[in-house]
Design a protein around this ligand. Structure first.
Ligand SMILES: NC(=O)c1ccc[n+]([C@@H]2O[C@H](COP(=O)([O-])OP(=O)(O)OC[C@H]3O[C@@H](n4cnc5c(N)ncnc54)[C@H](O)[C@@H]3O)[C@@H](O)[C@H]2O)c1
Length: 331
């Protein structure tokens, strides 16, 4: 169980939300390191659990079900938790705040209670770059004030406090990954890129893409990089402060307009963008750029996939042609 940074500290890990967009990429990485896993998911986003095999035990269960969580921990005795399960789709969180609080806040608490009862002391929690106040980036773990504004980020900020408080009370360790905008193929919550792709490939010739506000800039990161980052956080969880915070981001930002232009380049489609104010979100921060230096310095992780290459991969995975020289440029 060796990693680039040394011996992996856990023989068995509980991964919640392990069927999801990111979880499904983390599980094979941990498996390749020889880490045994119990993978829990309630199939809320309809992605499949991994197949049962030596070292991977998939269990359909809800993190809000305390009896189920206690029984799973008692039977399988994981040494640490990677907690990815959440309601993540932001419009759903706004529309159904009770569901978002129930899963993201109460579900996290139920999991933490079961963990303390089962003797688990170590957790990596998945938070979001959205917990930072609306400042110009780069947003840093040490200096940028936090301040959540929408239902989703409020639940994530609560989760940060919950795991930190739990670590303090139990003598445990909680490391928190503040994740920025993840892109990749098969995201059940991310419709922007598939929607853009269908507009860009609808016909022959130049295309006019209709969007809401095209100005907001985001730090887009590929899901394979994100999965590696979570493995690095687990690998380093026994090091440093008991409670610690790490951005998972690239440190580069792109506006929606730039993203569309880049996709047009990769598809060799001439694009005109029309911004329609009636489609603007009520709450939409103009910038969310992360500072990636801490996780590089302390965990040796940095994003490897430039956004151009990430987009090229997604476009190809969705069955469209990306011209070879463009892919090479994107590599
Ligand atoms: N994708 C991003 O851009 C992004 C950005 C910041 C933070 N995050 C966080 O990363 C984590 C993983 O996100 P993702 O993109 O893989 O989302 P996802 O929706 O694909 O994965 C979440 C998984 O949790 C499961 N789940 C939901 N409710 C559950 C419950 N009550 N019990 C058990 N399982 C449950 C879902 O079925 C799903 O498989 C989430 O906590 C999310 O909030 C994601």
């Amino acid at each position: 169980m060796a990693t680039a940074s040394g011996e992996f500290p856990y023989a068995k890990v509980l991964v919640t939300g392990g069927a999801g967009f990111i979880g499904s990429r983390v599980v094979p990485r941990l498996e390749a390191l020889g880490v045994r896993q119990v993978v829990v998911d309630n199939l809320y986003v309809n992605l499949p659990l991994p197949d049962a095999r030596d070292g991977v035990v998939p269990i359909e269960a809800d993190i809000r079900d305390g009896a189920a969580m206690r029984a799973i921990i008692a039977e399988h005795k994981p040494e640490a938790i990677l907690h990815l399960a959440a309601v993540h789709h932001i419009p759903t969180c706004e529309r159904e705040p009770h569901l978002a609080f129930d899963v993201n806040v109460m579900g996290t608490q139920t999991l933490l209670d079961a963990a303390s009862e089962g003797g688990i002391r170590d957790i990596v929690f998945t938070s979001s770059g959205a917990v930072y106040q609306w400042k110009d980036g780069p947003l840093t773990e040490a200096a940028t004030p936090i301040g959540a504004t929408d239902v989703y980020s409020i639940t994530k900020l609560s989760g940060e406090y919950q795991v930190a408080g739990w670590a303090g009370r139990t003598g445990g360790r909680a490391h928190i990954g503040r994740l920025f905008n993840t892109i990749g193929t098969g995201d059940p919550n991310g419709h922007l890129i598939p929607d853009l792709l269908s507009q860009l490939t609808a016909g022959e010739g130049p295309v006019t893409v209709k969007l809401g506000n095209t100005k907001p800039k985001r730090d887009y990161i590929h899901t394979d990089d994100v999965a590696d980052a979570f493995v690095a956080l687990l690998a380093g969880l026994k090091r440093g402060p008991d409670v610690d915070y790490f951005n998972i981001c690239t440190g580069k930002e792109l506006s929606v307009a730039e993203l569309v232009q880049l996709m047009g380049d990769l598809l060799r489609v001439d694009v005109t963008i029309e911004s329609d104010p009636t489609r603007f979100r009520k709450i939409d921060r103009l910038q969310q750029l992360g500072a990636p230096e801490k996780i590089l310095a302390e965990r040796g992780w940095q994003a490897q996939i430039p956004v151009r290459q990430a987009l090229a991969r997604i476009i190809r995975d969705l069955g469209h042609t990306v011209h070879e020289d463009d892919v090479l440029k994107a590599a």
